[in-house]
Design a protein around this ligand. Structure first.
Ligand code: SF4
Length: 214
């Protein structure tokens, strides 16, 4: 039986991406090969409990939404995240996956909306990026840069231009909580005019920055 190690499953308001504001169920898988300097989910690195795909589906069925996000940790670090996504698509869910960019997205189901980070230097994980993932990004996917400084912002704009990302998918620029203010990032974005969306973590404004399970 296919099993995954799960940190938490919960129902909340989607805080990020172009789906922000929508009711959404979340499956947070355990484990991550990265260690971003500003990571806000270190509690997902270890522990968790083993759950079958059927048990995960059963839990999700109690929530009043057909929008599900698989997140982590790094969900693609568990190979059974692929059959989980396929089972969710078969059940009629709209599926999002949040991935850090270091694991291959090549085998993710075509109907899944991939939200992939490109880690900036401020994360200290930018050298772990699997750049070949850009070959598999669809126009319905989203690429997110978490910006921890003005240097990160300039680096992100350079990558956006270099890889012609504006014409490939939706782009998200997110201020690293406590390191860059939404106002500063907004001003940089307006000034440079790159076609990207300011991505605030809505759930932190609603429930505070440290609350788990939202
Ligand atoms: S990829 Fe995500 S979960 Fe992993 S260390 Fe970075 S921010 Fe944390």
């Amino acid at each position: 039986m296919s099993e995954l190690i799960v940190t938490e499953i919960f129902y909340s308001i989607q805080g990020e991406s172009s789906h922000a504001g929508l009711p959404c169920a979340f499956v947070r898988l355990t484990g991550c090969p990265l260690r971003c300097s500003w990571c806000d989910t270190v509690y997902s690195f270890k522990g968790g409990k083993r759950m079958s795909i059927d048990a995960i589906l059963e839990t999700l069925s109690s929530y009043k939404t057909n929008l599900v996000e698989i997140t982590g940790g790094e969900p693609l670090a568990q190979e059974n995240s692929l059959p989980l996504m396929e089972a969710l698509i078969q059940k009629g869910y709209k599926v999002l996956i949040e991935t850090g960019g270091s694991e291959s997205i090549a085998n993710v189901h075509k109907d899944v909306c991939i939200i992939m980070d490109i880690k900036c230097p401020g994360s200290k994980m930018h050298e772990k990026m699997m750049w070949s993932n850009l070959e598999h990004i669809k126009s319905s996917d989203e690429i997110k840069f978490v910006i921890a400084s003005h240097e990160d912002f300039l680096w992100a704009v350079e990558k956006i231009k270099h890889y012609n990302l504006e014409s490939r998918c939706r782009l998200l620029l997110s201020p690293a909580w406590g390191l860059v203010s939404p106002q500063n990032l907004s001003e940089w974005l307006l000034e440079c005019g790159v076609k990207a969306r300011l991505n605030l973590q809505l759930h932190k404004y609603i429930w505070g920055p440290r609350k788990k399970g939202v």
